[in-house]
Write a protein that binds this ligand. Structure first.
Ligand code: ADE
Length: 232
């Protein structure tokens, strides 16, 4: 096992879906996969491997925020040989054109985290999605008739900002929505030369103050998982 994952080598598939919420990992495994087997419950951060249309795939919770995501992504890549990491999460909209329940694919992820500034000695690094996974996700969405939006997002280190209005600067520069993980995921994937993609559903809007209900979240979550599994 690795420091935070109890699986033995070979128990994790080459492609892993990464929801932040471990209970979402359980739900995805039980709803979409055949013969799901739980390989991790260390710290309650559930991980499963099963099959989707005859192909092996895993689902691993990451927790919230870049530091937690980096722990799981790093161990999945370096200890279990994972090659494709697909985050499936929620985000808050920064644009009036991006409504609740919309699906956003992160082409790039800006951040207010200091991690990459430290890593690159004060310079800015621009982490981007895997072009290969991005293309596959687009093709799947088109085939299934699921509308998506794509562009730059913000991975924020704080959910509750002191100054609510500070989001408008990012919005001005075209950032579509905010979540808390993708910048770290794309960075660690680039370092280890593997593929990463974040597919997000809009759960709330900073522009209108709207929030999705639990039922609505489940429905859009299903479409997002179908796009993610379509990349297999
Ligand atoms: N994830 C979903 N909504 C969010 C928000 N408003 N801020 C940060 N992360 C989020």
């Amino acid at each position: 096992m690795s420091v935070h994952i109890a699986a033995v080598k070979g128990e994790v598939a080459e492609t892993v879906l990464l929801p932040g919420d471990p209970m979402r990992a359980k739900w995805i495994a039980e709803t979409f996969l055949e013969n799901p087997v739980c390989y991790n419950d260390v710290r309650g951060m559930l991980g499963y491997t099963g099959e989707y249309k005859g192909k092996r795939v895993s689902v691993q919770g990451t927790g919230m925020g870049i530091p937690s995501t980096l722990i799981y992504a790093h161990e999945l890549i370096t200890e279990y040989g994972v090659k494709n990491l697909i985050r499936v999460g929620s985000a808050g909209s920064y644009q009036k054109e991006v409504g609740i329940r919309d699906i956003v694919i992160a082409m790039a992820a800006s951040t207010n985290s200091g991690l990459n500034t430290i890593r690159f000695n004060g310079a800015d690094y621009a982490p981007t999605a895997s072009f290969e996974l991005f293309q596959k996700a687009l093709n799947t969405a088109n085939e299934k008739g699921i509308a998506i939006k794509a562009g730059n997002i913000l991975s924020s280190d704080e959910f509750y900002a002191d100054e609510f209005e500070s989001y408008k600067k990012w919005a001005d520069y075209g950032v579509l929505c905010v979540e808390m993980e993708t910048n770290g995921l794309y960075t660690v994937a680039a370092k280890h030369k593997v593929n990463a993609l974040s597919i997000l559903t809009i759960s709330d809007s900073l522009v209108t103050g709207e929030r999705t209900t639990a039922d609505e979240r489940e429905q859009t979550f299903k479409e997002m998982i179908e796009i993610a599994l379509g990349t297999l």
